[in-house]
Ligand binder design. Sequence first.
Ligand code: NAP
Length: 305
Amino acid sequence: MKAKLIDGNKIAAEIRAEVAERTAALSECGVTPGLGVVLVGEDPASRVYVGMKTRACEEAGILTRDIKPSENISQAELLTIIDELNDDPQIHGILVQLPLPEHLDETEVTERIHPLKDVDGFHPISQGRVAQGDQSAYRSATPAGVQELIKRTGVETSGAHVVIVGRSNIVGLPMSLIMLQKEAGANATVTVAHSRTKNLAEVTRLGEILIVAVGRPEMITGEMVREGAVVIDVGVNRVEDLTTDKGYRLVGDVAFDEAADRASWITPVPGGVGPMTISMLLKNTVAAAERATHLNALEQPSLPR
Ligand code: NAP
């Protein structure tokens, strides 16, 4: 293997330590950052994710208020829960774990969260403000985590050709907007590829930085990677593996071994992008608490209305 590993666990731990310092500073002012966490129903994967997020919050000094309505909750009842969290001064950020059961309208729920408490960064106001270059806007956690991984690895992004495979609202699209920003860790020339892209391998081979968020196990083969590229694999896929106790293992969207023979840096799966997502949620939550208490003058937003 030629590439060096980008250690997401290590970088995520650094960010959590920084968050813990900020929560300690808030605590000296008598403020505990608060995150309202809404988990509807019993979806096993969602329960695991929410458990990881609340544990990470506790470790960083962030108070969580867990609300776990049954999966039969009505849209109106769920909106009332959001309204109560919006009005609660002890709650600085709100997280609604997605996906919601089918009878609920995710878009309406997401848009009901007050933009100043939108620490997941999924509200159209947050996403629109990111697109307009507003540095105070909340960035969604996964693409923000990818940018942080790249920055802290010391990779120069200014003027670099970044190719992103995937254009979803939670990863690919906001990732492209972040890498276009006029700021350190961005200023890139960005190409976004998706399922209709012709000659995908030709496009991916242009990427000095290749970010893949597709949801297809090991779809990006070694020959699709430019020599010396920095490869960031956002994908998390379960593939059957009867040699393991669980009967499966996790792989990314990139064929790791082949890509690592050509890349200069590469993220593993697991242990790459995954740990960053939770750390960036914590970072957004502590920023929300600082804004609410006017501790962070730089982050005073022009938000919201
Ligand atoms: P998604 O909403 O399903 O979007 C997938 C994107 O990939 C779409 O834009 C799609 O194109 C594109 N695509 C699908 N097949 C393709 C192909 N053959 N060639 C080129 N592009 C193709 O998925 P997502 O939510 O962005 O998630 C992507 C992956 O990241 C998943 O594995 C997910 O589990 C993982 N993920 C990880 C984290 C984390 O914290 N580590 C967080 C979020 C997501 P179209 O738009 O044309 O359909």
